[in-house]
Design a protein around this ligand. Structure first.
Ligand code: NOJ
Length: 532
């Protein structure tokens, strides 16, 4: 099996991970200093959010030079060193690739916007009259440009103009960017909003829908519009295949593509290609909006198996840099978080973990008014008390607060007087140093699970089958690879339950909250893995 199918992914938001030079902003050398930590935890792949040159209006997701590094993060040499150091530790590294749009300060856009007949006039999506398309974050996606007396389209924020992939020069320019980094040894790319990348050629209006108010996985963007013609077009799936062949030019070692693509499974599975010749993986965001009950997860496992049967493989994502931290859904409860980790590392999926998730980092409390995230400009009209009630964060600063390494100054993240975002208040209770020394900590649960998964083919490459225990509080499934069979049992309720399973149990290989073996009884909020 190729490495992408069995790996485990740790996401770093570089601005918030570790500051090596005391300016209050995380950087590349900071990541290098913490690589042993990630390797020792047991992760096999590191995905790093963008650090290329950028005006930082969207903290790096607005790139102004794909071939250079923003000075606050370091230099090209630092990035080369980063790649080498990750490889020395036998891990893989995936860079974020924002192909859909550039910054409006990128020289390509500056040239394009200058006139209607310059060499890059057609590199972005220009129209004399806008149609009704809304961006995927809600408001109108068209922005007026006085120089051209025309509108350009931006799928996300107004300063992120979308490139025009119907122009072969654009495609070539961006594929060359990918080749540049592949030559430098990067193992793959995480593709930012790849589902937006090509738009319907005749710019047909999107359908109005009274029911699609709030954005959902199936219908991104909400705001009374189904993004029928601006998202997930057939040509996107073809572009995925073209990009895949660029990756395959660099096959020693093989590289991988991981797509950020929203939409229903019927659509997004098409990015993988009918013959596994598209993207290698797509983020599945359904369990990010989980309900803490076994039924929810049982249904998701079955749904994923239906849409992404082997040799495809789903992903298991609970958090990222755009969403409220997952642990808030369970009231920041560490014991419940351990059970979610057990599920995340044992279901048939590639687990993607967001920095800090391993210590149960909680959301920050930065108000909309004080937010640095450009999204707050769009939602500044929302009263704070409503924002606090929303299930989805509209100030993404709150999931981007500095990593909590210890309980010293700035949580050990930086020696600066002021960090770019303030450190969370609960650092004394939730930090890496504290949890490293507590053998039952969430961090140590992550560590044990990561090592167990690496050493058991059934867990990283096996089949999955749901087991019915007759008890509504229990999630049970078997992972199997040839003769190797592991049963996972998770008790989602706070009281002990008796589980009758007629399966021959050999030994318990892992447990949470269940010290003295398993005699058909599972304690409250406990979980185990047993060999069959
Ligand atoms: C999705 C990224 O995850 C998000 O952080 C970013 O703001 C937008 N795409 C625009 O690039």
């Amino acid at each position: 099996m190729s490495w992408h199918a069995t790996t485990t992914i740790y996401q770093i938001y570089p601005r918030s991970f570790y500051d090596s030079n005391g300016d209050g902003i995380g950087d590349i050398q900071g990541i290098i200093q913490k690589l042993d930590y990630i390797r020792d935890l047991g992760f096999e792949t590191i995905w790093i959010s963008p650090f290329y040159s950028s005006p930082q209006e969207d903290f790096g997701y607005d790139i102004s030079d794909y071939y250079n590094i923003a000075p606050e993060y370091g230099t090209l040499q630092d990035v080369e060193q980063l790649i080498a150091e990750i490889h020395q530790r036998k891990m893989k590294v995936v860079f974020d690739m924002v192909m859909n749009h550039t910054s409006d300060k990128h020289p390509w856009f500056l040239e394009s916007r200058a006139s209607k007949d310059n060499p890059k006039a057609d590199w972005y999506i220009w129209r004399d009259q806008p149609n009704n398309w809304k961006s995927i974050i809600g408001p109108n996606g068209w922005q007026f440009c006085a120089e051209r007396n025309q509108y350009y389209y931006a799928s996300f924020l107004p300063f992120q103009p979308d490139l025009n992939y119907r122009n072969p020069e654009v495609k070539k320019a961006m594929f060359d960017v990918c080749r540049f980094w592949l030559q430098k040894g990067v193992d793959g790319f995480r593709l930012d909003i790849f589902n937006c990348i090509i738009k319907e050629k005749d710019f047909k209006n999107n359908p109005f829908s009274l029911f699609h108010i709030i954005p959902s996985e199936e219908h991104p963007g909400g705001n009374f519009q189904i993004r029928k013609y601006s998202l997930n077009q057939e040509e996107n799936f073809e572009l995925a295949q073209e990009l895949r062949s660029v990756m395959d030019e660099f096959n020693h070692p093989p590289r991988m593509l991981l797509g950020e693509v929203f939409g229903g499974h019927d659509k997004i599975k098409q990015y993988l290609g009918k013959k596994q010749d598209g993207l290698h993986l797509v983020f599945l965001f359904d369990i990010l909006y989980y309900k803490f009950n076994p039924d929810f997860f049982r249904k998701k496992i079955l749904e994923y198996e239906h849409h992404y049967p082997a040799p495809n493989i789903p992903t298991a994502v609970f958090s990222n840099h755009d969403q409220l931290r997952s642990i808030h859904r369970i009231g920041n409860h560490l014991e419940k978080a351990k059970l979610l980790a057990l599920l995340q590392f044992t279901m048939r999926a590639v687990p993607c973990v967001y920095y800090g998730e391993e210590i149960g980092m909680t959301n920050g409390k930065i108000s909309l008014k004080n937010g640095k995230d450009p999204m707050v400009n769009i939602y500044s009209w929302v009263p704070q008390f409503i924002a606090d009630l929303l299930p989805v964060g509209i100030n993404r600063d709150n999931c981007r607060t500095p990593m909590q390494w210890n309980n010293q100054k700035n949580a050990g993240f930086s020696v600066a007087e002021k960090t770019w975002l303030q450190v969370n208040k609960d650092v004394e209770k939730r930090n890496v140093d504290l949890q490293l020394t507590d053998k039952d900590s969430l961090l140590n649960v992550f560590k044990k699970l990561l090592h167990l998964r690496k050493n058991n083919q059934a867990l990283h490459s096996g089949k999955i089958e749901i087991v019915h225990t007759g008890n509504k509080n229990i999630l049970a499934f078997v992972r199997s690879f040839e003769e190797e069979k592991l049963l996972v049992l998770i008790n989602f309720c706070n009281s002990k339950v008796t589980v009758n399973i007629n399966l021959p149990i050999k030994e318990m290989v892992f447990s949470i909250g269940q010290k003295n073996g398993f005699n058909d009884v599972l304690k409250g909020f406990s979980g185990i893995i047993v060999k069959l």
